[in-house]
Design a protein around this ligand. Structure first.
Ligand code: HEM
Ligand code: HEM
Length: 219
């Protein structure tokens, strides 16, 4: 068991990031190949000006009209996405592991603050689940896999929280934590999580079409 933990906390971390990186390059390659083959007419109206105009408009909280129509959902989603990136990157336990193995380190969050922010992420994920069950127009579009994705994101936060508090079976909980974190990182390029990289391109495309073709705003 000891050497298994060493493996998943050592080489497996690098394997996960390598798969994440290679998978991302591969997916980008495939997307651009598909666009070139099937929809290369979009290049006639793709515009840097309208792309960045749309990306920046959508980065400002509550600036787009549709976000103001569902302020609770977008507010929670905005906070969720910020914390999803910030908490694991600036978590003391994570930075300490990197410092021990690579001598890399950077500023960290206070543990109590990080613990509270972790709870907020978990609550946001529960909110996303409930929304998919109770809002009729969302429910209509929801498949079982949508819940699986939410659970895959929830697992590293939930098990990280359990590990930090050492409620029970600490070693096992840490093991599940590390494996679920690695699973999430590996799955990003190959699943819906790839929206992380596609989101700016979706905005660039919509922004260009609205700005250049329809002379309209897309927010
Ligand atoms: C990739 C390998 C990973 C390793 C080796 C790792 C390792 C750890 C360790 C050792 C802890 C501390 C447990 C303790 O306090 O005793 C921890 C906590 C935590 N980890 Fe990770 N982790 C990994 C990935 C992730 C990922 C991908 C996420 C989220 C996306 C994540 C989120 C968290 C959170 C939120 C906590 C603590 C929560 C709290 O204090 O309430 N971890 N992790
Ligand atoms: C950093 C770049 C990212 C951007 C720009 C982005 C953008 C978005 C957008 C536009 C939506 C749909 C509407 C909304 O909820 O506001 C969304 C939903 C979501 N994103 Fe992201 N995302 C990013 C990264 C991630 C990552 C890394 C994950 C998890 C690994 C993630 C998990 C989710 C989940 C679980 C939902 C929707 C929940 C639901 O309604 O079922 N996102 N994201």
């Amino acid at each position: 068991m000891h050497s298994f933990i060493e493996f998943i906390m050592g080489p497996m971390v690098w394997i996960s990031f390598l798969l994440f990186f290679l998978g991302t390059v591969f997916r980008f390659f495939k997307v651009f190949k598909m666009v070139n083959e099937k929809e290369n007419f979009i290049y006639t109206y793709m515009s840097l000006k309208y792309s960045f105009r749309s990306i920046f408009a959508w980065l400002i909280p509550f600036f787009p009209a549709s976000t103001r129509k569902s302020p609770i959902f977008y507010g929670i989603s905005y906070i969720f996405h910020l914390l999803l990136l910030l908490v694991p990157i600036f978590l003391l336990s994570h930075v300490v592991l990197l410092e021990e193995s690579m001598q890399w380190s950077w500023i960290t969050l206070n543990d109590t603050v990080a613990d509270g922010l972790t709870l907020i992420v978990i609550i946001a994920l529960i909110f996303f689940m409930i929304r998919r069950i109770v809002v009729p127009e969302v429910k209509f579009l929801t498949k079982a896999s949508d819940f699986v994705f939410i659970l895959i994101v929830a697992l590293p936060f939930f098990t990280g929280f359990l590990a930090y508090h050492q409620f029970f079976a600490y070693q096992w909980v840490v093991m599940v934590h590390v494996l679920s974190g690695e699973l999430m990182i590996i799955l990003i390029p190959f699943t819906r999580f790839f929206h992380m990289f596609m989101a700016p391109f979706t905005r660039a495309y919509t922004g260009s079409e609205f700005g250049y073709v329809r002379h309209a705003k897309d927010w």
